[in-house]
Design a protein around this ligand. Structure first.
Ligand code: AMP
Ligand code: MG
Length: 434
């Protein structure tokens, strides 16, 4: 069957079909310090209160507020200092009535004390390490009950649900779980994704170019994108345009126990045959023509039961194909529920031509007076990686749209920081000769 005879499949239909072959991977226990960026496969209920004990939020003196009622600059209250409580130690059981205890930030407040007076409001305004506590202290300020205290259980109470299954773990989440004493987490196993780039013209970046060859871009794009999506890349390198070499790489992927095999290039009609025959010899392959630009041809199937995606060779097509199809598949295997990129509504600064396919156009987005403006970054040829590098967004032009006037609003996938100023942005990209 020639691919030219197949009808164009909509992007959403192709996404739906492809994703139906993936499900969340099984789960494993992982130490907290190897969990960054991964997805939680369990609800976390706190086994403890946070803070675990009432503690001081200032360096100062723990007191009974009643003992310093009415204190001010003109009428200080003098109290004997009956204890010294650095952080990390256990205080006396009970603060003696009519006394103060010197206390450091984070140190446990003794029973009986119901407030802390900061050193600044006393005649002992010192906090150097090793400084001995005074025998008495003058208090220049009355204290309200609970002032400068962080009461036990103020932030979290034992048994509370503190983090939900399927959340992805950010640095602050790990710190929080650390404070709660959660040393190991139940996570979805990370997908292992094999990647090879086909092409007799390709040379790795660390080898000199010779006439007729180009440096490989896609391996670097895809390995980084795999990692960014939360999966482990298995690099199989550059593969010559020969069936036997493609087969060797596919077999290598199988022995590595991967969850997905990605290839780049060799999927345009004609060049495609050798990849197709090898995959089909031991699996099944569909060749889809997706109604999108760039990245119309997409090979999807299974090699020995392992899902296989053949991405286009042109670097921008390869990138967009990854974004539209592979990233969501990885995120689904990772247990995530939402696969979409962050989007924003943006206003076009110029007229845009499209060809009726769902188009992903490289653009710069800048903020102006509260709205977001978009301008294309250069010519939209699928080999022009430079305009993708200059872009901080992909504008998503819906199918069936042939042109849009300046001022029209479209959705944009945010792929970098929004610029603060379109003038400098445009000047910068123009001065680069692009
Ligand atoms: P193909 O799909 O093999 O016909 O390749 C389409 C275009 O993408 C050709 O111009 C290739 O040279 C180019 N291309 C293929 N693979 C890569 C790669 N890994 N890095 C950069 N360009 C590539
Ligand atoms: Mg090729």
């Amino acid at each position: 069957l020639s691919s030219g005879e197949q009808p164009l499949m909509s992007v959403s239909e192709a996404q739906k079909r492809l994703l139906s072959y993936f499900s969340p991977l099984n789960v494993e226990k992982v130490p907290l310090d190897h969990s960054a960026g991964r997805t939680l496969a369990e609800d976390i209920h706190s086994a403890m209160d946070l803070p675990p004990f009432s503690n001081s939020s200032m360096d100062g003196f723990a007191v009974r507020s009643a003992d310093v009622a009415g204190a001010d600059e003109a009428h200080p209250v003098t109290l004997p200092v009956s204890a010294d409580i650095p952080a990390g130690t256990i205080s006396m059981k009970q603060l003696l009535t009519g006394t103060a205890a010197r206390i450091m930030t984070g140190a446990p407040v003794p029973d009986g004390a119901d407030a802390v007076v900061p050193v600044e409001n006393t005649d002992f305004n010192y906090r150097e390490p090793g400084q001995e506590a005074p025998r008495t202290v003058k208090i220049f300020r009355a204290a309200r009950p609970n002032e400068f205290l962080r009461p036990k259980g103020q932030d979290v109470q034992q048994g509370e649900l503190v983090m939900e299954k399927d959340s992805s773990l950010r640095p602050q989440d790990l710190g929080f779980l650390g404070m709660l004493g959660v040393a190991k987490l139940l996570l979805y196993r990370q997908p292992r994704v094999a990647i090879f780039s086909t092409g007799d013209e390709l040379i790795p970046v660390d080898r000199p170019l010779v006439p007729g060859k180009i440096h490989d871009a896609n391996t670097y794009i895809l390995v980084a994108a795999i990692q960014e999506a939360g999966a482990l890349p298995i690099r199989l390198g550059i593969v010559p345009d020969r069936a036997v070499d493609v087969e060797t790489s596919l077999e290598h992927a199988v022995t590595q126990g991967v969850d997905l095999i990605l290839s780049s290039a060799g999927v345009s009609v004609g060049a495609f045959d050798f990849v197709r025959s090898v995959v089909e010899a031991r699996g099944k392959l569909d060749f889809w023509r997706v109604n999108m630009r760039p990245g119309k041809p997409l090979a999807f199937g299974h090699y020995r039961d392992i899902p296989f995606v053949g991405l286009p060779g042109n670097p921008v097509s390869s990138f967009v194909g990854f974004e539209v199809f592979v990233r969501p598949a990885i995120m689904k295997m990772n247990g995530q529920k939402a696969f979409a990129r962050k989007t924003a509504r943006v206003r076009l600064l110029e007229e845009i031509e499209s060809d009726g396919r769902e188009s992903y156009l490289r653009a710069v987005i800048a903020r102006k007076e509260g709205s977001l403006l978009a301008r294309l970054t250069g010519h939209q040829g699928s080999g022009n990686l430079r305009s993708l590098v200059q872009a901080n967004a992909l504008l998503v032009i819906p199918s069936a749209v042939k042109s849009l006037p300046a001022g029209a609003e479209v959705d944009a996938w945010l792929m970098g920081d929004i610029h603060e100023d379109m003038e400098t942005t445009v000047r910068q990209s123009n001065s680069g000769g692009g």
